[in-house]
Design a protein around this ligand. Structure first.
Ligand code: RIB
Length: 304
């Protein structure tokens, strides 16, 4: 049975700064608090799916430094198989996350080892692709490697979910190879070349992208909810009302949740309802992977 998910993507060592506001140019602003946490969109998505009980393989690169060790240990602790994460001479990728009091975040990444992923790394994962029903990718490894990975995943018969984040110009034929494309409102605005600020913008944008790319589309809108276009039918998924502490990894939690729900046979639209419960739990705690819920917590929230 093909019940696995393979995540091909980034692993980052995140430094999360709790700040009262963004500093002015030339100003040194004391942070209220700081925390280190395992992150990277790829690793976060892998960890969320694994915490929900899916067998997950991660393909990527970390450095031979201490940060790389921390990230591998964290992913393994939550059940992710890291046999295809290569240690390389480049330093481990980093995320610098400025987290505001209302939970919103301003983030930068240092690519580091994530940009050392090669076609050989993808070839090395050939067997696990054959065992996977879903391959999840983001845009934190080189675009040409992502493209190669998508081609190999399709050849192996996998469904492909691309989280096209961070946003960058992508050739249309590349997007057309994907089955599901996930964006937040900022990324959707980039690809659509227009503001995506509310449910109506997201509905229109999802319909347009679905038609252009021939894929199912999910646009997440933070606390406002999400819009999903599945087989051309557009549905709004409201978010769960919670007191957000910090939102790093909320989108990744959503994607890991979608992966789990698809694995148990739910439709994509229904999977998004489950995923909204995953991210609702994640935003109530600090950091990305450690704050993501296990299955029981999500099921309890979904039943409410
Ligand atoms: O999506 C959140 C993640 O984006 C962070 O963990 C950071 O490392 C960046 O990859």
């Amino acid at each position: 049975m093909r019940d696995k998910i393979t995540v091909i993507g980034s692993l980052n060592y995140d430094i999360v700064l709790k700040i009262p506001r963004l500093p002015e140019c030339g100003e040194t602003l004391p942070a209220d608090d700081a925390a280190f946490s395992p992150g990277g969109k790829g690793a976060n998505q892998a960890v969320q799916a694994a915490k929900l009980g899916v067998p997950v393989h991660m393909v990527g690169c970390v450095g031979t430094d201490g940060h790389g060790e921390v990230l591998l240990e964290a992913a393994r602790k939550y059940g992710v198989d890291t046999a295809h994460v290569r240690r390389c001479k480049e330093p481990t990728g980093m995320g610098i996350i400025n987290a505001m009091k209302d939970g919103s975040v301003f983030a930068c990444i240092v690519r580091g080892a994530n940009f050392a992923v090669t076609k050989e790394d993808i070839d090395g994962a050939k067997q696990i692709l054959k065992e996977s029903f879903l391959v999840i990718l983001q845009m934190e490894i080189p675009q040409e490697i992502n493209r190669y990975a998508i081609e190999k995943a399709k050849e192996a018969g996998c469904r492909v979910l691309l989280n096209a984040a961070p946003a960058e110009e992508i050739p249309l034929d590349y997007l057309k190879m994907c089955d599901i494309i996930v964006l937040n409102e900022v990324e959707a605005g980039f690809y659509l070349k227009t503001d995506v600020k509310n449910e109506e913008d997201a509905r229109k944008g999802a319909a347009l992208l679905a038609e252009t790319c021939g894929a199912d589309i999910i646009i997440t809108l933070g606390k406002a909810g999400a819009v999903v276009s599945e087989d051309g039918k557009v549905t709004f998924i409201p978010s769960r009302r919670v007191e957000a502490i910090e939102t790093t990894g909320a989108g990744d939690s959503f994607i890991g949740g979608v992966g789990y729900a698809l694995q148990i046979g739910r439709s994509l639209t229904d999977a998004c309802k489950f995923a909204a419960c995953c991210s609702a739990v994640t935003v109530c705690r600090l950091g990305a992977q450690d704050s993501m819920p296990f299955l029981e917590e999500v099921m309890e929230l979904e039943a409410e």
